[in-house]
Ligand binder design. Structure first.
Ligand SMILES: O=C(O)C(=O)[C@@H](O)CO
Ligand SMILES: [Mg+2]
Length: 260
């Protein structure tokens, strides 16, 4: 199995280029981030080239976080800002050869919000596709993001069908899906054709995947059996130093090494 370090949470005490180097030293196969915009893209690209790690994803800006924004693309009336955030994210992704952009929906509900999200996703796909960049949408759970527009994989499935563009895929974050819908094994199997990226963390405390209500040894085996071979995103909140939370990585690597 291959793993991607989510540098929004792992090594987030380091600047992004140093976090990329730390992920390489710890044995990750890839990295991903949340909002890298304060760091010049050239510095990130240099660290990626130095380490040989690909950057798998980044998020669109959330808007005015101080005022409570958590994404803009399902906010009717904020289309200009939403599209500027999408254009900015795609430009940053191109400059760093990042493979996917997660378009954040924001706090909203109802048919107008749905229509705005679909229209903004069509815009995002049209902008991203010529550069080979995937657009991701991610359901978030109601405890961490109460009132977030996109809450379930079923809602995401319907939106992906409506947008009907090959660049649009599902970000299946096992942590959020377990909280909102459960049935992880069946959902991973059923949704696999739509999945562009998988993330994971323990439930309910969003820690390392070595405790909690989800048996990740089993989930990783299910994902491998499906033939899914892209790197899985470790998007958990380390308690203490990130290096001291990586026992799960060694264990997984040892248990999946082929016999000589
Ligand atoms: O919270 C998550 O899960 C994410 O993947 C973030 O990038 C979006 O809030
Ligand atoms: Mg996630």
């Amino acid at each position: 199995m291959k793993f991607s370090a989510n540098l929004g949470f792992l090594w987030n005490d380091l600047c992004l280029p140093d976090a990329i180097r730390a992920a390489k030293a710890a044995g990750f196969d890839a990295v991903e981030c949340h909002w890298p915009y304060d760091v010049p893209a050239a510095e990130v690209r240099a660290a990626l080239e130095e380490t040989g790690l690909p950057m798998l994803g980044l998020n669109t800006r959330r808007g005015d976080v101080g005022a409570g924004d958590n994404g803009l693309s399902a906010l009717t009336g904020r289309e200009v800002e939403a599209r500027a955030a999408i254009t900015e994210a795609i430009a940053y992704a191109r400059a760093t050869q990042t493979r996917a952009v997660h378009v954040m929906a924001g706090y909203s509900a109802g048919p107008e919000a749905h229509a705005s999200f679909v229209a903004n996703l069509r815009f995002a796909c049209a902008e991203a596709a010529p550069h080979g960049i995937t657009i991701l949408i991610e359901p978030l759970n109601r405890h961490d993001a109460p009132g977030y527009f996109l809450q379930t994989t079923e809602q995401a499935r319907a939106i992906i069908a409506e947008v009907d563009h090959p660049a649009l895929r599902l970000m299946f974050d096992c942590y959020h899906v377990q909280i909102m819908e459960g049935d992880l094994t069946r959902r991973l199997t059923d949704l696999q054709p739509l999945i562009g990226h998988i993330q994971f963390a323990s439930v309910p405390d969003r820690g390392a995947p070595d405790h909690g209500e989800v048996d990740y040894a089993d989930i990783f085996a299910t994902i491998a059996a499906l033939g899914y071979d892209l790197a899985l995103g470790a998007e958990y909140k380390p308690v203490g130093k990130t290096e001291n939370t990586l026992g799960w990585l060694d264990l997984t690597r040892r248990s999946t090494q082929k016999a000589p």
